[in-house]
Write a protein that binds this ligand. Structure first.
Ligand code: CP3
Length: 321
């Protein structure tokens, strides 16, 4: 999840006012930003400071990440002619700064694993087609329903892009990967299965030979959880809209869950945050396959001291049965 950035004073102090794309292109800065939350909170893993649009930006599609808005596409994807604008990613040549950051981090982190990531084909497609964030995904879904052949061509190219990026991150030392399909919850299970799952499967199954754990996450995906697991995930991320014990019932015992404290609970003060974090642990029931996390990114106004107390609580009380 996007997290460090929006709440830590030390992040705001070094992030600067330019585009996040510039910060990502600077390995020393991106390394330091990745380390900040690990240092402050003592988390058990680090998430690479990059963005889901990094590969598509790197091949020249024309993306800005506007503060407070998110990715904005200069010339959105409209027709078959735009497919040529999505060439394969040569990760070493196109994103050397990402790989340098990964190598820096692996050297600095010691025993703390680094999680690499990519945007899933549907979620990246939604930005390319809508031109920016959307509430309804109407252009994306219209393309999907009305020109299914072009839709599958688009998703296939985005799957190749995500896979190449993930493979390069793992080759340079990332110990786990996360595929973010943040906005897949806009689809019904049958539409997800038909129009999206094959491309995500291509990414997750493509990375399987590396042997690293694969985390698959989206928001409002309660109805999609079993399919997101079947796409090829070892860990399924759950947002706060499904209680974790219910997610366990939906998914069975042979998968790890990640989640799912409501980020707003952390905003509501230490007592609420602690009580809610305990509830997540209780619902996780001591199952060994649980990565404690928020259900989505940290809200910008979060008090870092409250978050620190949540991490400490999980370390003290999050026991495996
Ligand atoms: O937070 C971290 O340090 C982890 C690195 C990270 C970022 N983006 C940096 C970032 C990760 C894992 C992402 C993934 C990402 N980016 C996702 C998938 C996960 C999720 O949260 O759902 C998505 C959908 C995006 C696209 C994106 N980038 C959005 C919607 C925004 C928010 C715009 C805003 O300002 O609210 C961004 C910008 C962004 N990417 C920030 C960070 C830390 C926000 C702060 C900044 O611009 O400095």
């Amino acid at each position: 999840m996007r997290q460090a950035g929006r709440s830590l004073p030390e992040y705001r102090a070094i992030r600067g006012t330019g585009s996040i794309v510039e910060a990502i292109r600077n390995p020393d800065l991106a390394t330091e930003i990745t380390l900040q939350p690990v240092r402050r909170y003592g988390t058990d893993a680090a998430i690479l400071y990059s963005d889901i649009v990094t590969p598509i930006e790197a091949i020249g599609f024309g993306v800005d990440v506007v503060p407070g808005v998110g990715p904005v596409i200069r010339q959105p994807f409209e027709s078959a002619a735009d497919l040529d604008r999505i060439r394969p990613l040569d990760a070493e040549a196109d994103t050397p700064y990402v790989l340098q950051t990964v190598r820096n981090l692996v050297a600095e982190l010691g025993d703390v694993p680094l999680i690499g990531f990519a945007g899933a084909p549907f979620t990246v497609a939604s930005y390319l087609v809508e031109g920016g964030p959307s509430r309804t995904y109407e252009k994306t879904k219209r393309l999907m329903y009305a020109d299914t052949e072009l839709w599958f061509s688009l998703l296939d190219r985005l799957a190749d892009l995500a896979l190449a990026s993930l493979q390069s991150q793992v080759a340079n030392g990332a110990s786990a990967i996360q595929l973010f399909d943040s906005w897949a919850g806009a689809l019904s299970p049958s539409d997800y299965h038909r129009y999206v799952m094959p491309a995500s499967q291509k990414v997750l199954q493509g990375i399987a030979p590396t042997g690293v754990p694969r985390i698959h996450f989206g928001v409002s995906t309660g109805e999609l959880l079993p399919l997101m697991h079947r796409a090829g995930a070892d860990v399924v991320g759950v947002d706060w809209r499904v209680d974790l014990d219910d997610a366990r019932t939906r998914l069975g015992d042979d998968v790890a869950l990640q989640g799912n404290l409501d980020p707003v609970a952390v905003l509501a003060g230490p007592d609420v945050a602690i009580e809610r974090a305990r509830d997540v642990l209780r619902r996780a029931g001591g199952h060994r396959g649980h990565i404690f996390n928020l259900g989505h990114g940290v809200m910008p106004d979060t008090d870092p001291d409250v978050l620190k107390r949540v991490v400490d609580l999980v370390h003290a009380e999050g026991k495996v049965r």
